[in-house]
Design a binder for this molecule. Structure first.
Ligand code: PHE
Length: 366
């Protein structure tokens, strides 16, 4: 037997006998490691004449292959044994009293979505949904933002590499407005819906997270005007914040899909470092805070979905759910919403029995 064969057999025996992953690693270093004897033997091939190399190489190569295979097999076996031992060692005591287990709670965002649905249902709105993975036609084009529209670039969009079968870009929706398009295409007019859900933009700091929540509102009917929009938002916010002194300010603004467009501000005061909504924003000790965008649906958008702007008009709005949740329940950092910290959830979360209803109250905490 050659030296290589003897050495290989010794190594294979040692590998078979190894009783821990550490011991196995030491054997790997001894053989296939940078300074292991197999590696060193392979290096000597470089200094040989072609004839010598042809004679010596196969033995070294097959030693390396056999040892590598044995190391892999043994490693898998040791890992399985270790897992089995752990599974046998670690047990779950199912007889522990249930109180010791962590209690789940309803996230404030989910609670606020239920509150929204309850209030708007009372005003005759249905809840609509749409896909979070959208195409650029629904998210932009049909909302009067063609490929070259500068507003597209402002949306910090997450794109997918694929395209739809119609050749449209695929993206994570940047707002809930595409649900306007889907709802109008599916049911025509008249229409009265809200659409709460997740939206995505590549943005992150104390008041922006890459995923956040919006609620879209859409009303299409005959003879709808800006007064209906203002009344709807005011009525909603009075019910949502459960106070009568909510004052809204509509500020001229621009969105490609509404004309005219208005931004909505709500009056608030600072009480002990906490923002409390209510009162006129220009009153002493008060200020205005922006809570969303809205406007009359642009005639171009109605044409995109096949409605006649001479017959139908309507309004739309988009509110940040996380923002109005922060205002109502007093959180000051948006990022904590999505940390999944059990202490935060225990403090700000709701009991599943705490169903918001208009008769009991949409904000009462049991
Ligand atoms: N989609 C707009 C945004 O996300 C908000 C909006 C909705 C504005 C509906 C007007 C009408 O910024």
């Amino acid at each position: 037997m050659t030296d290589i064969t003897i050495q290989t057999q010794a190594a294979l025996a040692a590998i078979a006998a190894a009783d821990s992953l550490d011991a196995l690693e030491a054997l790997r270093l001894d053989t296939l490691g940078k300074k292991g004897w197999v590696s060193l033997a392979l290096k000597t091939l470089g200094g040989m004449s072609p004839d010598e190399r042809t004679a010596a190489a196969p033995a070294i190569q097959s030693a390396r292959a056999a040892i590598a295979e044995a190391l892999d097999a043994k490693k898998a076996a040791l890992e399985t044994a270790e897992l089995d031992a752990r599974l046998a060692r670690e047990t779950v005591d199912l007889t522990l009293p249930a109180q010791a287990a962590p209690k789940g709670s309803v996230h404030p965002v989910s609670q606020v979505m239920d509150e929204l649905a309850e209030i708007f249902a009372d005003l005759g709105f249905a809840v609509a949904t749409g896909p979070e993975i959208e195409d650029d036609w629904h998210n932009f084009t049909a909302l009067n933002m063609d490929e070259t529209h500068p507003a597209r670039a402002m949306h910090d969009t997450f794109y997918f590499p694929d395209k739809t079968s119609e050749g449209r870009e695929v993206l994570l929706r940047t707002h809930t407005s595409p649900v306007q398009i889907r709802s109008m295409l599916a049911q025509g007019a008249p229409i009265r819906i809200i659409a709460p859900g997740r939206v995505y933009r590549s943005d992150s700091d104390a008041t922006h997270t890459p995923m956040f929540h919006q609620v879209e509102g859409l009303v299409i009917d005959k003879d709808i005007h800006l007064g209906h929009l203002k009344w709807t938002l005011e009525t909603f916010f009075k019910a949502f914040f459960e106070r009568e002194d909510i004052v809204l300010r509509l500020r001229p603004s621009y969105f490609p899909f509404t004309e005219p467009s208005v931004e909505v501000d709500v009056g608030y005061s600072n009480e002990g470092g906490r923002r409390v909504v209510g009162g006129h924003g220009d009153a002493p000790g008060h200020a205005w805070m922006e809570i969303g965008g809205s406007g009359m649906v642009n005639a171009r958008v109605l044409e995109f979905v096949g409605l006649d702007p001479a017959e139908y008009q309507g309004f739309a709005f988009g509110l940040g759910i996380d923002r109005i949740a922060m205002l109502k329940y007093g959180m000051n950092d948006l990022r904590a919403f999505f940390d999944g910290d059990g202490r935060w959830l225990a403090h700000y979360g709701f009991s599943p029995f705490d169903q918001p209803t208009l008769s009991v109250g949409v904000g009462a905490k049991a």
